[in-house]
Design a protein around this ligand. Structure first.
Ligand code: UDP
Length: 538
C-alpha cells in the first residue's frame, strides 16, 4: 500500500509555523455553490470529526467571504452532480491559536484535488460524473498535474472501477477511510476542492425527469482528447484503418439480458457482412473492451451503463441502443446525448421492444432489481398492464425499475429494419474527416448610402467586407444575413445574400432612420456574430 505521503520532503517545523502564523487561505472561482471550485493553502481535515477545518489568523483569506450564506446551502458541490444535498462541501472555522491544543498536524505535501465520486460502481457515473470532470478540472489548474493526488471524500470503498481513477495521476488516490491511518489532523499544503461540471451532458432526474442538461458545453473534440489520454495510459494505440471492420455487441450477463444473443450476432454478421463479436464487463478486461470498441464500426447494446463506452468509438461509427418493453427511448437519453454531441460524429439508433410476448418480467425479485411484490395489488396490476412507464424522478420508481430489469427477446427483423433506415450501406465509414467547424468573424467596414426618390420612395445601398478569418479558410458556402429594422420598431426584415453589397428598395421609406445588422454564415448553419449596428438615414 503506497499511502506514504512524504515523497516530497517538507520541513515540518517551518510548515507548522507557517500554518500557525498564516492560517488557511482560500480563493475560489464561481459565483454560486454549483459552479464553484476553491483553491486552498493550508486547508486541514480532522479525521476524528470528519470535518474540514479553516484556521483564521492575521494572514488568512476567504474569498468569497459569504458569512452565513456559506451554509445556504453550502460553499460548493463536491461532486459534479449539480446541487445534490449529499454532496455538499463546507468547513468549520477555528482560530489558528487553537492548534496549540489540537493533535499535531500531518502535512500533505502533494497538490491535492479533493472531490466526491458520485456512484463509483456504475460505469456511466464513473465516466460522466467523475473521470471526465476530474480530467478537465486538472486541465483547468496548472499545478494539478500528473503529480497531484486525488482525495475521494464520498466515503465509498475503492469500487470495481478504481483502476480507472488511478490512470488520472501518478499517485495513488486516497479514500476518506484511509485518511484516518495518516493522522488525526491532516493539513493539505495546497489543494483544490470541487469538480468542474463543464463536461457533463446529462441530469439524472433528481428535481425534474432525467434528460440532457439544459446548457451543454462539451463537444466531441474534448471527449476525444480525454479518451486519447485514457488510451495512452492503458498503453493502447489506435490501430490503422487497414484492419478488418467489425461490429461489437456489448452484452450484460447479470440482468436486462438479450435472450437471443446468438441469433442477434448471426443476424448482424449476415446483414452487414462483418465479423461480429461480443464483449461484457464480466468476461473482458477494461483495456480489451476499449481496444475492441475503439476500432469498431458499430456498437450494439441493451440500454445500460456499459453504453458509456461509446466514448471510445471511432468517428463515423454507429451506436445501437436496445430498450426493453414499455421503456420509451426518448425518456432515457444519456447515451443518445453523448453520441449526438457536436463533433462526436457517431450515428445513434434506438430500438424498442414493443412486443409483450418478447419480454420476461421479474415481479418477485427484490425492489432494487425491479421486483414489485411489495406494492399493493392494484398498483402491481396497473404496472403490469401499462404499456409505457410515465416520466418519473430518480431513482426508486418501482414501475421504472420493473421495466428496466426485464429480459428481452430481440425481434431481429424489426431491429434490422430500424438500423437499415439509418445505415444504408456499410456502417462505420471511418472517414477521419476533420469536422471541427469554425465560425465566421464579424463582417468589416460596413457602410450604407441612402438615396431618396421623390416623397415616397427611397433606396439603401449597403456594403461590407468579408470577415477577417475567411481569407485563411476554405469554406464551402459563404452567405450574409442582413436585418433591416426601422428605428423604434420591434420587427425587422431579414435577407440572406451571397454578395458583399446590396441595394434595398422594398419597404424603404424616405426621411427615416434604419438600423442595419449584418452577419456572415458559413455552410448554412455556422452563424457568426453581428457587426456593430449601422445607422442609416434616408
Ligand atoms: N452491469 C454489468 N452487467 C450486468 C448488469 C450490470 O456489467 O449484467 C454493470 C453496468 O454496466 C453498470 C453496473 O453494473 O456499470 C450497474 O448496473 P445497473 O443495472 O445498476 O445500472 P445501469 O446499467 O442501468 O445504469
Amino acid at each position: 500500500q503506497s499511502q506514504e505521503l512524504s515523497q516530497v520532503q517538507i520541513d515540518y517545523h517551518a510548515a507548522l509555523q507557517a500554518l500557525v502564523e498564516d492560517g488557511t487561505r482560500m480563493v475560489c472561482t464561481g459565483r454560486m455553490h454549483t459552479d464553484r471550485i476553491c483553491r486552498f493553502e493550508s486547508l486541514c481535515y480532522s479525521t476524528e470529526a470528519e470535518e474540514f477545518v479553516y484556521f483564521h489568523s492575521n494572514s488568512s483569506v476567504m474569498l468569497p467571504n459569504l458569512g452565513s450564506r456559506r451554509f445556504q446551502p453550502a460553499l460548493l458541490d463536491l461532486s459534479s452532480v449539480e446541487d445534490h444535498n449529499t454532496q455538499y462541501f463546507n468547513f468549520v472555522e477555528l482560530p489558528a491559536a487553537a492548534l496549540k491544543f489540537m493533535p499535531k498536524p500531518v502535512f500533505v505535501p502533494d497538490v491535492a484535488l479533493i472531490a466526491n465520486r458520485f456512484n463509483p460502481d456504475n460505469l456511466m457515473h464513473v465516466f460522466h460524473d467523475d473521470l471526465l470532470p476530474i480530467y478537465y478540472t486538472m486541465q483547468q489548474f496548472s499545478d494539478l498535474d500528473l503529480d497531484a493526488r486525488l482525495f475521494f471524500m464520498e466515503g465509498w470503498s475503492e469500487g470495481v472501477h478504481f483502476d480507472l481513477y488511478k490512470l488520472l495521476s501518478n499517485k495513488q488516490p486516497l479514500l476518506r477511510e484511509q485518511l484516518k491511518t495518516l493522522g488525526r489532523l491532516l493539513c493539505f499544503t495546497k489543494s483544490y476542492v470541487g469538480l468542474s461540471k463543464i463536461t457533463t451532458w446529462y441530469q439524472y432526474g433528481f428535481v425534474q425527469p432525467q434528460g440532457p442538461k439544459a446548457n451543454i458545453l462539451v463537444s466531441g473534440n474534448e471527449i476525444r482528447q480525454f479518451t486519447k489520454f485514457m488510451m495512452q495510459k492503458l498503453n493502447l494505440t489506435l490501430e490503422e484503418s487497414s484492419s478488418e471492420e467489425y461490429i461489437v455487441v456489448f452484452s450484460r450477463t447479470i440482468n436486462r439480458l438479450v435472450l437471443n444473443e446468438a441469433e442477434l450476432i448471426l443476424a448482424l454478421a449476415q446483414e452487414f457482412q462483418m465479423k461480429t463479436i461480443t464483449v461484457s464487463l464480466e468476461e473482458h478486461s477494461f483495456s480489451d473492451i476499449v481496444r475492441l470498441i475503439s476500432n469498431a464500426s458499430m456498437l450494439v447494446s441493451m440500454h445500460g451503463a456499459q453504453l458509456v463506452m461509446s466514448l471510445f468509438l471511432p468517428r463515423g461509427a454507429t451506436v445501437v441502443e436496445l430498450f426493453p418493453y414499455a421503456i420509451n427511448p426518448e425518456h432515457y437519453t444519456p447515451y443518445k446525448t453523448l453520441a449526438t454531441l457536436p463533433g462526436m460524429d457517431l450515428q445513434y439508433i434506438a430500438w424498442q421492444n414493443t412486443n409483450r410476448e418478447d419480454t420476461i418480467t421479474y415481479p418477485d425479485r427484490p425492489w432494487d432489481q425491479g421486483g414489485i411484490a411489495h406494492l399493493d395489488k392494484a398498483e402491481q396490476e396497473r404496472i403490469i398492464t401499462s404499456t409505457e412507464v410515465p416520466r418519473h424522478l430518480c431513482c426508486r420508481n418501482p414501475e421504472w425499475l420493473f421495466r428496466a430489469y426485464q429480459d428481452t427477446k430481440v425481434n431481429i427483423p424489426s431491429l434490422i429494419h430500424v438500423i437499415r433506415q439509418t445505415v444504408k450501406s456499410k456502417p462505420g465509414s471511418k472517414k477521419q474527416k476533420w469536422s471541427g467547424s469554425l465560425y465566421p468573424g464579424k463582417v468589416r467596414d460596413a457602410k450604407c448610402k441612402a438615396s431618396v426618390q421623390g416623397t415616397s420612395e427611397a433606396k439603401l445601398a449597403v456594403s461590407w467586407q468579408i470577415p477577417w478569418n475567411l481569407k485563411y479558410l476554405k469554406v464551402r458556402e459563404v452567405k450574409y444575413e442582413v436585418w433591416i429594422q426601422e428605428q423604434g420598431e420591434n420587427t425587422y426584415m431579414p435577407y440572406i445574400l451571397s454578395h458583399q453589397n446590396h441595394t434595398f428598395s422594398e419597404n424603404i421609406k424616405p426621411f427615416t432612420i434604419y438600423l442595419v445588422w449584418i452577419r456572415c454564415i458559413f455552410n448554412k448553419n455556422l452563424l457568426g456574430p453581428f457587426a456593430d449596428v449601422l445607422l442609416c438615414s434616408t
